[in-house]
Design a protein around this ligand. Sequence first.
Ligand SMILES: C[S@@+](CC[C@H](N)C(=O)[O-])C[C@H]1O[C@@H](n2cnc3c(N)ncnc32)[C@H](O)[C@@H]1O
Length: 233
Amino acid sequence: MENIAAQNYFGGGRSSTYDRKIRASLPGYEALHAMVDDFLRLALPERAHLLVIGAGTGMEVLALGSVHPGWRFTATDLSSDMLAIGRANMEAAGLADRVAFHVGEVHELPDEPSFDATTSILVSHFIKPHEERGRFFRSVASRLRPGAPLVTAEVVGDRQDPSFAHFLEAWKSHYAAAGIPAQEVEADFARTDATVSFLPEGDFASLLAGSGFTEIRRFFQALLFAGWVARKR
Ligand SMILES: C[S@@+](CC[C@H](N)C(=O)[O-])C[C@H]1O[C@@H](n2cnc3c(N)ncnc32)[C@H](O)[C@@H]1O
C-alpha cells in the first residue's frame, strides 16, 4: 500500500520540482543533511558501505560521497523517477561508480547484516500503518551490522495535541513565504495530509526500539520534522 502512495507522490513532474520544494518546505534541509554527515563521520571508518533508503534526487550520496572517498553506497527508492534524477546527479558529480541502485523496498535486498550504516531521511512517514512501519525498520535493522548507526528523519506529531495545528500552520506559512504560490501551497498540503502518517514522537521512538535499535536520540526538530540517531542493537 505504501509503495503506491510514495510512487504517486513522487512520480512524474513532481520529481523534477522536488529539490526546490523540499528546501521551501523543510527549514534547515541543508543543515539536517550536514548533521547526517556529522554522526556518520564519527561512527564510520574510511571504508564503509552505506544503505541510503529513499535516496531520491541524491542529496545523501552527493553530500557524503563527495567528502568520504572510501564510502560506497546502495541507494534505494520506490520511485524510479526520483532515482533517475538522483543517478544523473551522482553521475554529474563523478560519484555513481560507488553506488549500487535499487528501485524498490529494503526487504527486497539480501537479508544479511552487511551494511555499516544507514540513512532514511524523510521516508518512513510515507508508510502508513504502524505495523508496516515497524516491519520496515525491522528489515532495515536486519541488514545492518551490530552497532551500526541509523540516521533517520520524518514528520512527527500528535493530531490531538493543540501544538499540532499551530505547527502545521507555521509550516504552511513557511512554505508560502519561500515563494510557493498560494494554490500550490493548498494542493501540496492536501496531498501531504492524505499521504503521510504522523506518529507522536514517543510512539516513533518506541517503534525504533521495538524494531531492533538502541541509543535512540533525537538531534533535530524543525516544525513537524524530527531527526533521530540510533544504533542497531
Ligand atoms: C521526501 S523524499 C527524500 C529524498 C532524500 N532522502 C532527501 O533527503 O532529499 C522521500 C523519498 O523516499 C522514497 N520512498 C518512500 N517510501 C519509500 C520506501 N518504503 N523505500 C524506499 N524509498 C521510499 C520516495 O520515493 C522519495 O524519493
